[in-house]
Design a binder for this molecule. Structure first.
Ligand SMILES: O=P(O)(O)OC[C@H]1O[C@](O)(CO)[C@@H](O)[C@@H]1O
Length: 245
């Protein structure tokens, strides 16, 4: 079931999302957060940093697992998602580095990289709250449109659309890696709770398909209709094409 929280704008979305995450951190003895990269959660991470700096939030007990990472980029590469997470959140709060996990893009043995990430999530006891952004083609993590829903962490070929969308983070399109490691749809669906964040008019058409269209691997995020506990926080622009909201 997807519970929709409609907000006015991106700033409100970021505050609301941070409140949900903070509540999870406070209520759990050892919270396991699934974290996402991309532009959408940047404001949320900013609010979490502020809450920590104001002494309102303690990350000591938090363990985190990120959704995905470019294959071929070392953790210290400034384009890697590990680097992004360090910059946007980890370096600014009191989370222990050893409690933060991002797939290691420098591992060349794809099978081992993926299997060990699944083992890691299992050893943490699973994910309590998974944060998700939404790609323009409906991807979550790096699960691109396909003819089936991939179950576990795996290595993907990025689509031209995603490569073009992510080009803005690199000097040129040629620099964007063509492959990535990502949690599978099954991995994501096993999270106890999911927080999907969507902002902007450019996401309105795909969000309508996710919420109102048939569940199909051609729109990977549509599978969330089958999850028991999804909270969507979306702004008015993102929801502007949804008739029912
Ligand atoms: O929040 P953005 O930048 O629109 O990205 C949406 C999705 O695309 C990705 O950046 C991958 O392309 C994901 O990490 C993210 O969830």
């Amino acid at each position: 079931m997807i519970q929709i929280v409609k907000v006015k704008d991106y700033a409100t979305l970021s505050k609301k999302a941070a409140m949900y995450i903070a509540a999870e951190i406070v209520q759990r003895e050892k919270p396991v957060l699934g974290l996402a990269t991309g532009s959408t959660p940047v404001g949320t991470y900013q609010v979490l940093r502020e809450m920590y700096q104001e002494g309102k939030l303690d990350f000591t007990a938090v363990r985190s697992v990120n959704l995905d990472e470019y294959r071929g980029l070392a953790p210290e590469d400034s384009h890697s998602y590990r680097y992004f997470m360090n910059q946007e959140l980890f370096h600014h709060v009191n989370i222990a580095k050893e409690n933060t996990h991002v797939p290691d893009g420098s591992l060349s043995d794809a099978q081992e990289a993926c299997e060990s990430y699944e083992r890691l999530i299992e050893s943490l006891g699973g994910i309590h709250l998974q944060i998700l952004g939404l790609g323009h083609d409906g991807h979550i993590g790096f699960n691109e449109p396909s003819d089936s829903f991939p179950a576990k962490t795996h290595c993907v070929q990025l689509t031209e659309e995603t490569i073009s969308a992510n080009q803005r983070f690199f000097n040129s399109k040629d620099e964007v890696p063509r492959e990535a490691y990502t949690m599978g749809i099954g991995t994501i669906m096993q999270a106890e709770k999911i927080l999907l964040l969507v902002s902007g008019r450019d996401k309105a058409a795909i969000l309508k398909k996710v919420l109102e269209g048939p569940v199909s691997p051609e729109v990977p995020a549509s599978i969330l209709q089958f999850h028991k506990n999804v909270i969507l926080i979306a702004d008015e622009d993102a929801l502007s094409k949804c008739s029912s909201v």
